[in-house]
Design a protein. Structure first.
Length: 146
C-alpha cells in the first residue's frame, strides 16, 4: 500500500467483490441443482459455501466503501435510469437477505426442513438476483461507463 491512502490503494476491491458475488451466484445455482436431484450433502456444502462467500463479500464491500466512499455512476442517457432501477432493487433486496439468508440457513441446520423449504422459496431467487445484479453493477460502474 502506498502512503497516500487514496482510491488506488483499494483498486482490487471492486473486482474482488464482483468475483465473490459471481461465486455466490454460481454456488446457489449448483446447490439448487443438487437439491433438485436429492443430493442433500452436496446441496448443504454449496449453500454453506455461498453463505461464506457472501459474508466475505459483505465485509469486503463495507471495508472498501468505508475507505473510498461513494462511487459515482458516469453513464448518461437511457442507461442512467436503468442503472438506478437495477441499483435500487439490488440494494433493497440485498438488505432483506441480511435476515432471509441466516434464517434459511439456521432452519436447515436445525433440521426444520418444512420451514426451511418454505422460506428458501423466497430466499433463493432473491439471493440469486442480488448476486447477478451485483456483478452487473460492477461492470456498469467500473468497466462499461467509466
Amino acid at each position: 500500500m502506498s502512503q497516500t491512502g487514496g482510491p488506488q490503494d483499494y483498486a482490487i476491491f471492486p473486482v474482488l467483490n464482483a468475483a465473490l458475488n459471481g461465486l455466490s451466484g454460481a454456488l446457489l445455482l449448483i446447490g439448487h441443482s443438487f437439491i433438485e436431484r436429492g443430493k442433500i450433502a452436496a446441496h448443504r456444502a454449496c449453500m454453506i459455501a455461498a453463505f461464506c462467500s457472501s459474508t466475505v463479500f459483505l465485509a469486503s464491500y463495507l471495508y472498501y466503501h468505508a475507505h473510498v466512499g461513494v462511487i459515482r455512476f458516469h453513464g448518461t442517457g437511457w442507461i442512467r435510469p436503468l442503472y438506478f432501477t437495477i441499483l435500487t432493487s439490488h440494494t433493497i433486496l440485498a438488505a432483506s437477505l441480511l435476515v432471509l439468508v441466516p434464517t434459511t440457513l439456521v432452519l436447515a441446520l436445525r433440521s426444520s426442513f418444512l420451514r426451511h423449504k418454505a422460506i428458501a422459496r423466497w430466499t433463493y431467487p432473491i439471493w440469486l438476483y442480488v448476486s447477478v445484479t451485483g456483478v452487473m453493477i460492477y461492470f456498469m460502474v467500473y468497466k462499461w461507463f467509466v
